[in-house]
Design a protein around this ligand. Structure first.
Ligand SMILES: NC(=O)c1ccc[n+]([C@@H]2O[C@H](COP(=O)([O-])OP(=O)(O)OC[C@H]3O[C@@H](n4cnc5c(N)ncnc54)[C@H](OP(=O)(O)O)[C@@H]3O)[C@@H](O)[C@H]2O)c1
Length: 270
């Protein structure tokens, strides 16, 4: 069967680099993007490199649970062999989505959680699922009480790190509950994309100093691409290889409690 991979957030940065690399390998790609015009430009760009590639666009706004559900509903049973939950944000300010979730958590955690859960009944057996996390996970605390940060608790980087740590916890619990899939996490390192502009006045100064030191998107995405090909699951892909999960992330009781709390919060969409 031809490999068909969904890539979320494929308009730029590492998502686009993934589309380009997967198309080069002969995979069909479904670009799951919120901005169709931007996605069309990215698609044309990838097709100019790989004219025979099969690349389609599916619109999704990951800050809306209805939109995530519509994307999952549009996927045909048994056709998708890979899911790369790549999209992510670092919201500068505290902001709630229309569903009432803090926006960073909504896009980085609740959306991939719901999309992956809804697709679990539709993905081909043995499908690869890769969740894009971050080295900030190691500095994050997560618990059932921290899935919905209040305005008082919100800190741009702390909330981002917690959302990625929650995604890591989900990855481990999903792998336990759905052993028919190969589930891994990928940590790209520090990559020179729009993501590292944190929306502050000093961004341009920081860019001038730090961006030349950052990886290019096509390099930053390599751990995720390796993970999409891996025969082994529950590994942490970083740099050129992968390793077992660090002990600090192994807490099945915590993962299970976070799963249950999330399932409760999203029950109207399941
Ligand atoms: N860059 C780094 O150093 C770094 C480090 C560790 C982890 N990561 C992770 O890597 C992943 C990719 O980030 P990147 O660095 O490539 O950043 P990026 O260039 O900013 O790309 C983010 C992508 O997510 C999409 N997105 C944002 N909000 C969305 C929404 N509500 N609905 C649908 N799509 C949405 C963006 O779409 P639009 O074009 O429409 O905005 C864009 O395509 C993220 O999960 C990020 O957390 C990045």
């Amino acid at each position: 069967m031809k490999e068909t991979v969904i890539v979320t957030g494929a308009t730029g940065g590492m998502g686009f680099a993934a589309v380009d690399a997967l198309a080069a390998k002969g995979c069909s790609v479904i670009m799951a993007c919120r901005n169709r015009a931007k996605a069309e430009v990215a698609r044309s760009n990838a097709l100019s490199h790989h004219p025979k590639a099969e690349i389609e666009i599916s619109e999704v706004d990951l800050s809306s649970l209805d939109s995530v559900k519509s994307l999952a509903d549009s996927v045909r049973q048994g056709t998708v062999t890979g899911l790369f939950n790549n999209a992510g944000i670092i919201s500068r300010d505290y902001c709630l989505t229309a569903d009432g979730f803090e926006k960073t958590f909504a896009v980085n955690y609740f959306a991939p959680w719901l999309l992956t859960r809804l697709l679990a009944d539709k993905l081909a057996d043995g499908a690869h699922i890769v969740n894009m996390i971050s080295l900030t996970c190691r500095y994050a605390d997560i618990s059932v009480d921290r899935l919905q940060p209040s305005r008082k608790d919100f800190r741009q980087l702390k909330t981002y790190a917690a959302s990625k740590r929650a995604l890591l916890s989900f990855s481990l619990e999903f792998a336990r509950r759905y052993p028919q899939f190969v589930v891994n996490v990928a940590d790209p390192g520090v990559v020179g994309t729009g993501m590292i502009d944190l929306g502050h006045w000093y961004d341009s100064i920081a860019d001038a100093i730090f961006k030349p030191l950052c990886k290019k998107p096509e390099n930053g995405v390599k751990p995720a691409l390796h993970a999409l090909e891996s025969e082994q699951g529950v590994r942490y892909f970083v740099g050129k290889g992968s390793h077992e999960m660090d002990k600090r992330y192994l807490d099945s009781a915590l993962d299970s409690s976070i799963w249950d709390a999330t399932e409760h919060l999203l029950e109207n969409y399941l």
